[in-house]
Design a protein around this ligand. Sequence first.
Ligand code: GLA
Length: 384
Amino acid sequence: MNVNSLKAEFFSRFGGEARVFRAPGRVNLIGEHTDYNDGFVLPAAIGFATYVAAANRDDRTIRVSSSDLDGEYRFDLDDQGSRVQGWAKYVQGVALLLESEGFRLGGADILITGDIPIGAGLSSSAALEVATGFALTQLAGLDIDGMRLARICQKAEHKFAGVRSGIMDQFASIFGRDGHALFLDCRSMEWSAVPVSSRFLICNTRTKHDLAEGEYNKRRAECESAAAFFGKPTLRDVTVEDLERRSTEMPEIERRRARHVIYENRRVLDSVKALRSGDIAAFARLIDASHHSLRDDFQVSCRELDVMVEAAKRQPGVLAARMTGGGFGGCVIALMEEDAPPSIADLISAEYFAETGVMPEFYERRITGGVRELRERRRDLPEA
Ligand code: GLA
């Protein structure tokens, strides 16, 4: 994919000259299911992205189609009640929410493409929301604060896709920084960039269980109920000491959920320290512990993710591995030694296939910057 061919495709579908915007997907290094508990996360934007080619129209209609996905959709910016189906609901959600929050947009023609594996837990939907929201505000000549855009995109996920997601994915797609993970406090929304020089292999299980979205909302409710047990607004407000003192009185589910979130927050803080001091062995231990906690206490792993984690960890050159993202399928990230050979992917693949019968995929991607407009031809090529 390059900008000129996307512009050419735009021209043949809609006519006219388009501007092109890029929003990346993400991996989360650590801090899983902590964002909606007002906790800490450590994601990184990666060199997979959604590209939006867009041009103003002189009415209030948005027309949207995709090079890779079926369908052409249209909706009216003045019709807050209508709902389009399929993937375009993310586009409509962001556009209508921007409007209802006072950002006066114009109609636009939009062509979407990208290389983020869909449904793999690498935030293809957040990247679509962010790319669209950024493109529409830019076309309308509006300045929007990055955090405001992240919130509006998150709201689109809640209201148009029915998933009560946290802020992490949209935040990472907007604020990504080359070579850095993003350490975010989801309560204060303060963040800092943490340099990452380690290599990560992204291992796609190529499975996604249907229960993912329902279970996600359920986990969120269970966390709320666990916080209520302590009389606190969120699990961020519950300390390790509170938990240990009262854990035997708690119902089983709430105890497990609380234990994951409270210790995972601590693991994020420890990971930031480890990365800043170059203690990769400590970081590796935290990654492994995070997976165990997600598997046993938060119960959002699945057989394929566990098989992938174990297959990765058996390879010399892999220091640690964990599921990344919401769970119930999607991807594992494996932390690799600096000089790990590329053949590691083949070895993991063979073991994973033998146990699951599913052919996985592997990617090693740079950590990249966040959403931006693509202007220069030289920078058009997707970052590998
Ligand atoms: C999904 C959500 C995020 C976050 C992760 C789990 O990716 O969109 O907000 O909750 O799951 O850490």
